[in-house]
Structure formats: C-alpha cells, structure tokens
Design a protein around this ligand. Structure first.
Ligand code: MLT
Ligand code: MN
Ligand code: ZN
Length: 306
C-alpha cells in the first residue's frame, strides 16, 4: 500500500492564521526552521497510481489536492482518485473538507461510526447539507475490531477500534463520550502482510490500543502536543491536552515513552501536530529528542510504501 501524508498539522494548521506564538511567528519570518503544514489528512492507495481512500476531510483539502497529482488522475472530464472517505472523528479539522467534495458525480461513499454520523447530522449537520449537493452514501464502521473491506480499495483490509479521546466541541454529547466518537484504524495489505495503525487523536493508551500498536508495522499517532499544559503555559487556552482528548508526548506516561516500548522494527510517526508544539522547530531540543527515539515527525507530501 502507499500512504501519502496530505496534512500533518492539527486543527488550525501551521502557521495558524491568527497565531503569533514562537513557532507560527518564527515560521512566517523565517527565523524558526520549520515547515508549514496543512490540517490533518492522509490518503491510502493499495498501489501507487490506484484510486484510494481519503482518511479525514481537512478544511485544506483543495490545497492538498492541488499539491498531490495522485489525487487528480485526469482520466475524464470530471475525475478524482478519491474512491471513498473515512472519518476517524467528527472534528472540524477532519470533516469540513467534505463540503469541498460537493461537486462530485454521484453520492460520496463515507465511512464513519454511528456516533460521528449522528454528530454530523445534528451538532454540525454537514451530511444533511450535502444532500443538497452530491449526497452521501454513508457506510457504518463498527469500532469493535471486526475486519471490513471498502469497495474500490481491494485488497486492503480495515479494522477500527474505539479510542478514548473526545467528541468535537459542537457534539451534543461532548461531555458524555460514546464508543466510536474517535477511532484508531488498522489497515493491512494482505500481499505484504504489513499493517498501519493510524490514530491522529489519541487521549489514552489502554491495553487494546497498545495491542493494536503492537500488531502494526507502522504506527502513525497523535503528535498534537509536547506537554499536557502547552496551551495553558502560552496563555492560549485554559484546557490541557488531556482535557481535549490528546496524550502529550513528553514525560512519564507520554507518547514517546509508549512508542519506546514497541518492537525496534516498528516505524514510529507523529501526525496531527499542533502549531505550538516545539517538535515543529527542526533545531529544537524536543525535536532532537524525538529523533533520538527513532520517531519521524510527519510532513505534508511524505509517502510511505509497504
Ligand atoms: C483536535 O483534534 O482537538 C482539534 O484539532 C481541534 C480542532 O479542530 O479545532
Ligand atoms: Mn484535530
Ligand atoms: Zn502558533
């Protein structure tokens, strides 16, 4: 399978439009060595050149399509390589790009859990609005680990597990989490036997999540915040990473420590990186620390084949 990182930043992107934190201001001015990044999305194809699955529909989707020729093969007057879309949650940064696909010919195959479909029909009724355009062919994901296939994506096999994270702030049940508000996805290519674990929003690593990470040859996981109080310390929010459903990377029990427990052969990648995270600065001590731990900080446009 081929994986293309379309967007490696968290909500807001990097630099964020209204932000003048050290990273954002430094990136704009060229005084901090850091690459700009669009909001969270990846594309998975069974083979390079084949149609693929869009994992999360970012508000930056049109920019991502322009930057990625594989998404526009140009075989017909109206064409796309996006065979289907799968949402791992209903957050703004993962779902509002659906509006950008409204000119599509025919209903958009959209894979998501019941919890996400409900949020996207109530608190943020994107699916209802799209009925006035291309319409949505909604396919149910059960977040219980059962293998499923997606038409057009053969021979890839998918499994979803429920994660402890957070429903979107607009969700009618933001404070009453339901299994399926957030999922982690295992994608296996039976030809190579290789598996990717993708979880850009991961609040907690329980036994089931760690088992899924263990099964994977590559884990692409929540890289949102370096410290739990990152936004508080900068005076940007009163909430911790944990409050909004993200496990910070540094310190005891942090993501770096968890990744260190995986087999040496597992590829470790951080994605969904918030603009405040010091790992974005290629010259920072924090970036050096993750690199020493064998962890790749995802960038837009990166591809992985396995
Ligand atoms: C999150 O995952 O918490 C988000 O990136 C929030 C957002 O999209 O604003
Ligand atoms: Mn997000
Ligand atoms: Zn910033």
């Amino acid at each position: 399978m081929r994986i293309t990182i379309l967007g490696s930043a968290a909500g807001g992107g990097f630099p964020q439009w209204n932000c003048n934190c050290r990273n954002c201001a430094g990136q704009r001015a060229g005084t901090v060595r850091a690459k700009a990044r669009t909001q969270s999305s990846i594309f998975i194809q069974p083979d390079a050149g084949a149609d693929g699955l869009l994992l999360n529909a970012s508000p930056d989707l049109l920019q991502q399509i322009k930057a990625t020729p594989a998404l526009q093969p140009g075989r017909a007057l109206r064409d796309t390589a996006i065979a289907a879309v799968l949402l791992i949650d209903g957050q703004i940064d993962h779902s509002t790009g659906l509006f950008m696909l409204r000119e599509r010919n025919g209903k958009l195959p959209l894979w998501c859990t019941d919890a996400v479909a409900q949020d996207l029909s109530t608190g943020n009724p994107i699916l209802r609005v799209l009925e006035h355009y291309c319409g949505v062919d909604r396919r149910r994901i059960q977040p219980d680990g059962t293998p499923f296939e997606i038409p057009g994506l053969a021979p890839l096999v998918f499994r979803a597990i429920a994660l402890s994270s957070k429903a979107a702030p607009y969700s009618p049940h933001r404070d009453a989490p339901e299994p399926g508000d957030n999922i982690g996805l295992l994608v296996t290519d039976p030809r190579s036997g290789k598996t990717l674990f993708y979880a850009p929003g991961l609040g907690e690593i329980d036994a089931q999540v760690f088992d899924a990470m263990h099964q994977a040859d590559a884990v692409m996981v929540d890289g949102t915040f370096w410290t739990d109080d990152e936004m508080q310390r900068l005076g940007l929010s009163r909430k911790t990473a944990h409050d909004i459903g993200h496990l910070a990377q540094s310190g005891p029990g942090g993501m770096v420590e968890w990744l260190d427990k995986l087999p040496a052969s597992t590829r470790r990648l951080l994605i969904h990186i918030n603009n405040t995270n010091p790992i974005l600065d290629e010259d920072s001590a924090e970036r050096a620390e993750v690199e020493r731990a064998g962890i790749t900080v995802c960038e837009d446009g990166m591809t992985l084949d396995f």
